[in-house]
Design a protein around this ligand. Structure first.
Ligand SMILES: Nc1nc2c(ncn2[C@@H]2O[C@H](COP(=O)(O)OP(=O)(O)OP(=O)(O)O)[C@@H](O)[C@H]2O)c(=O)[nH]1
Ligand SMILES: [Mg+2]
Length: 236
């Protein structure tokens, strides 16, 4: 591939919520035919036109890091996952609209990736508690995506969508709800496609156009800097 500037976006959420299906849809524009559990992490790339249709238009690679959601929160497992969290520029939080627990767990996923659950010893801790204040100063753009909309009966849609709107508000994020097996939900020009494009623009803008960038150091770098204030690092 030609050398284009790129950004790294993590795709996080519980096992089975549809992360791999979503990434396939985003990068290949089609349904993932034979999904199987993701072990470790797999990366796919989407080409994105930043500020499309304006004089500043420029093409970027969006690396989507699909981190397998299986296994729980044992310290060793979380430390292993932390490898993937280095130098991230954005996070897509994925939850299954038919599974409330997967929505609640997004707080944990985001705190884990944003390194907000690092104990003073530098060990990633298991902590089910979350504090909304912890997102108040977050500089990493977040997008909340609810999957399996097709599995929600019409009669329940309002209730479910009200719940997810509150969730997205907690993260100060836009939300998209869709069926990952149906490319129509991200059709060009649709409101979902516009939200998605706006999110990627924001990620690129923070990474390349704002003075301090938005990358946060990963686990190791943070230790190196003494676990103090977050610093901006460049990874290319
Ligand atoms: N009906 C429906 N099924 C979906 C949707 N999204 C995902 N699925 C199905 O849900 C199952 C799990 O999807 P995956 O994409 O493998 O889930 P994952 O989040 O990558 O799971 P891990 O790799 O284990 O973390 C698959 O059978 C998908 O076809 C959706 O929006 N609607
Ligand atoms: Mg997967």
């Amino acid at each position: 591939m030609a050398a284009l500037d790129r950004v790294k976006v993590l795709v996080l959420g519980d096992s089975g919520v549809g992360k791999s299906s979503l990434v396939h849809l985003l990068c290949q524009n089609q349904m993932l035919g034979n999904p199987s559990w993701t072990v470790g992490c797999s990366v796919d790339v989407r080409i994105h036109d930043y500020k499309e249709g304006t004089p500043e238009e420029k093409t970027y690679y969006i690396e989507l890091w699909d981190v397998g959601g299986s296994v729980g929160s044992a310290t060793s497992v979380k430390s292993t996952r932390a490898v993937f969290y280095n130098l991230l520029n954005g996070i897509i939080l994925v939850h299954d609209l038919t599974n409330k627990k997967s929505s609640q767990n997004l707080y944990r996923w985001s705190l884990e990736a944003l390194n907000r659950d690092v104990a003073p010893t530098g060990v990633l801790v298991t902590n089910g508690d979350y504090d909304r204040e912890q997102f108040a100063d977050n500089q990493i753009p977040l997008l909340v995506i609810g999957t399996k909309l097709d599995q929600i009966p019409e009669t329940k849609r309002n209730e479910v969508l009200t719940r997810t709107a509150f969730l997205a508000e907690d993260f100060n994020a836009e939300e998209i709800n869709l069926d990952c097996t149906n490319p129509r939900y991200l059709a060009a020009g649709s409101s979902n496609a516009v939200k998605l494009s706006r999110f990627f623009d924001k990620v690129i803008e923070k990474r390349y156009f704002l003075r301090d960038g938005n990358q946060i150091p990963g686990f190791t770098e943070r230790k190196r800097f003494g676990g103090g204030a977050l610093k901006s690092l460049h990874y290319d």
